[in-house]
Design a protein around this ligand. Structure first.
Ligand code: IFM
Length: 437
């Protein structure tokens, strides 16, 4: 593996509902994922995040795993319903106490705390008032950011406002496969705008309380155009605008692209200035590229997704394409030029059906190959002048993978859910050695 700059940030990521469990302690309120997971048929194995990895009780053991890995940073998320059980009103001190202990433990272990404020677990009362379709949720989010930064702002090193607002809009409000389970298809643009408005308002709140850096973590997927007609080109452009530009153009001061569903009547005077508040880091979550061609005649969609051949596949059936990460990083650089802040890859990883062998060891050579390829892609991009300053593996632990329940394992550490026993996989040792070198 070639050398990286000495101050390159190596980390791992998790999110609250996927690992914490303990959903009924310290006054935590219900979130949309508590509600959604309880609805029959929503989660493939019928599970919920009630226990997940029991990290809320086992955070000290998990912090020791981070220390053993030697990462310089740990990206976790804060559960809004722990901080504000109803999504409004004063901070619930007992809920924040947990993150206080976690952050102090990380600092003692020499690991920078990187905190995401919203990784999809909206307090249920806010959903009852319209969720992110309601403009008021943006203001509530800024209030929550303020309360959180008042408590942790002196120790969190990097704030990430939102995780993957594109995925939250598309799966949560467009297709209904994630909480809150609405199926608005292309009528979900208000969810995009209100999340971005909430991001901008939260940036201001965080800056007022904390001198730490501020970022957003967007999901990107470079588009592979399949076919070469004008209609194929138009379809590829439409998908690219929706997935890759809708949540980035306005952040970096360019206003909204003409993406499918874009509705300018939702955007009020002055909003775009709030959304474009300067950020210090652009978080990039990358998993795979997307094949796109023109839709069939009569299709309600302006594009059609096509499986990409010629790549190995993960247990999620996602293509393993490190070249897509290289392409994406170059594209962001070319597209936004000087307006692009330093990038940190805030998620990169893969699911495989990992299980302990007869000796209790967990070998995951596919994950090592996956990570090796993606880390090299980052190195190539840096060599070509793209400002990339960090790389976080998704995920530290096997965890509760949303609608897939416990069926998809992304961790560097295997979790045996019935006993909650943690077993570092061979990829854990590989990543540890890479960081040491
Ligand atoms: O587990 C998720 C995470 O919550 C958001 N990004 C993608 C991961 C894998 O699907």
């Amino acid at each position: 593996m070639p050398d990286f700059p000495a101050d390159f940030r190596w980390g791992v990521s998790t999110s609250a509902y996927q690992i914490e469990g303990a959903t009924d302690v310290d006054g935590r309120g219900p979130s949309i994922w508590d509600t959604f997971a309880r609805e029959p048929g929503r989660i493939v194995d019928g599970s919920t995040g009630d226990e997940a990895c029991d990290h809320h009780h086992r955070y000290a053991e998990d912090t020791a795993l981070l220390a053993g890995l030697g990462v310089s940073a740990y990206r976790f998320s804060i559960a809004w319903p722990r901080v504000q059980p109803t999504g409004a009103g004063p901070a619930n001190a007992a809920g924040l106490d947990f993150y206080d202990r976690l952050v102090d433990g990380l600092l003692d272990a020499g690991v920078d705390p990187v905190a995401t404020l919203f990784h999809w677990d909206l307090p249920q009362p806010l959903e009852d008032a319209g969720g992110w379709l309601n403009r008021d949720t943006a203001a509530r989010f800024a209030e929550y950011a303020d309360l959180t930064a008042a408590r942790l702002g002196d120790r969190v090193k990097l704030w990430i406002t939102l995780n993957e607002p594109f995925i939250h809009m598309t799966l949560g409000y467009g297709l209904g496969t994630h909480a809150p389970g609405r199926m608005l298809l292309f009528d979900s643009f208000p969810v995009a705008h209100h999340q971005l408005l909430g991001h901008g308002l939260a940036v201001a709140a965080l800056r007022a309380r904390s001198t730490s850096e501020v970022a957003i973590a967007n999901n990107y997927s470079p588009v592979r155009q399949v076919g070469d007609t004008d209609a194929d080109r138009a379809a590829a452009r439409a998908y690219d605008a929706l997935h890759n530009r809708l949540f980035t153009d306005p952040l970096l001061g360019r206003g909204y692209p003409d993406a499918p569903g874009y509705d300018p009547t939702v955007v009020r005077d002055g909003d775009l200035d709030v959304v474009a508040a300067p950020i210090d880091v652009l978080g990039v979550n990358y998993y795979n590229p997307t094949g796109i061609r023109a839709p069939e005649e009569g299709s309600p969609l302006p594009f059609e997704m096509v499986p990409l051949d010629g790549y190995p596949r993960t247990a999620f059936d996602w293509p393993v394409a490190p070249d897509g990460l290289r392409e994406l990083l170059g594209q962001l650089h070319d597209r936004y030029g000087d307006a692009l802040p330093p990038i940190q890859v805030t998620e990169s990883g893969c699911a495989y059906d990992d299980a302990p062998d007869a000796d209790g060891r967990v070998h995951d050579p596919e994950r090592i190959a996956y990570l090796d390829g993606h880390v090299r892609a980052v190195h190539d991009a840096i060599g070509a002048g793209v400002p990339v300053t960090g790389y976080f593996v998704w995920s530290l632990l096997d965890n509760w993978e949303w609608a897939e329940g416990f069926t998809k394992r992304f961790g560097l550490v295997h979790v045996d859910y019935p006993t909650q026993r943690r077993t570092p996989k061979s990829s854990y040792a590989w990543f540890r050695d890479l960081i040491r070198r």
